[in-house]
Ligand binder design. Structure first.
Ligand SMILES: CC(C)(COP(=O)(O)OP(=O)(O)OC[C@H]1O[C@@H](n2cnc3c(N)ncnc32)[C@H](O)[C@@H]1OP(=O)(O)O)[C@@H](O)C(=O)NCCC(=O)NCCS
Length: 98
């Protein structure tokens, strides 16, 4: 079975500071974040190898950045994947600190 991200479910797990992406109930990816004041730092994003290359990392990036905007947070994209996603989607550039 293939997944293009449309049937994946993403949610925030604030207890452990990460966005989690599930496919068929399985944790397939995550984006780790820390909060300090009005700033969200995202140091790491990870998609399980067998789910890579299907747009799931992009789903996580979009969810995290949309959530940051909704919450009025600025973003420090320390994760190179998130930084690259923002470069490809300049509508999020205003969220970036510095
Ligand atoms: C990086 C990672 C999260 C990408 O997940 P993914 O689900 O395969 O990514 P997507 O399928 O959503 O890819 C979206 C786009 O990001 C690009 N991309 C993939 N890995 C990338 C990376 N490390 N840096 C920048 N861009 C990357 C893809 O080429 C793709 O571009 P396209 O849409 O033009 O083809 C995943 O490969 C992974 O877990 N890698 C190991 C951990 C890691 O390196 N994390 C990032 C640094 S913290």
């Amino acid at each position: 079975m293939t997944h293009d991200g449309k049937d994946a479910v993403v949610c925030d797990n604030p207890a452990v500071g990460r966005y989690e992406l599930f496919v068929d109930g399985e944790l397939a990816g995550l984006a780790v974040y820390t909060l300090s004041g009005d700033t969200m730092t995202i140091p790491h994003t990870e998609v399980q190898p067998r789910y890579e290359g299907r747009g799931l990392g992009a789903r996580l990036a979009k969810f995290a950045l949309d959530d940051a905007r909704r919450r009025g947070l600025r973003v420090v994209p320390r994760c190179p994947f998130i930084a690259a996603y923002i470069e490809r989607h300049p509508e999020y550039a205003d969220l970036v600190v510095g």
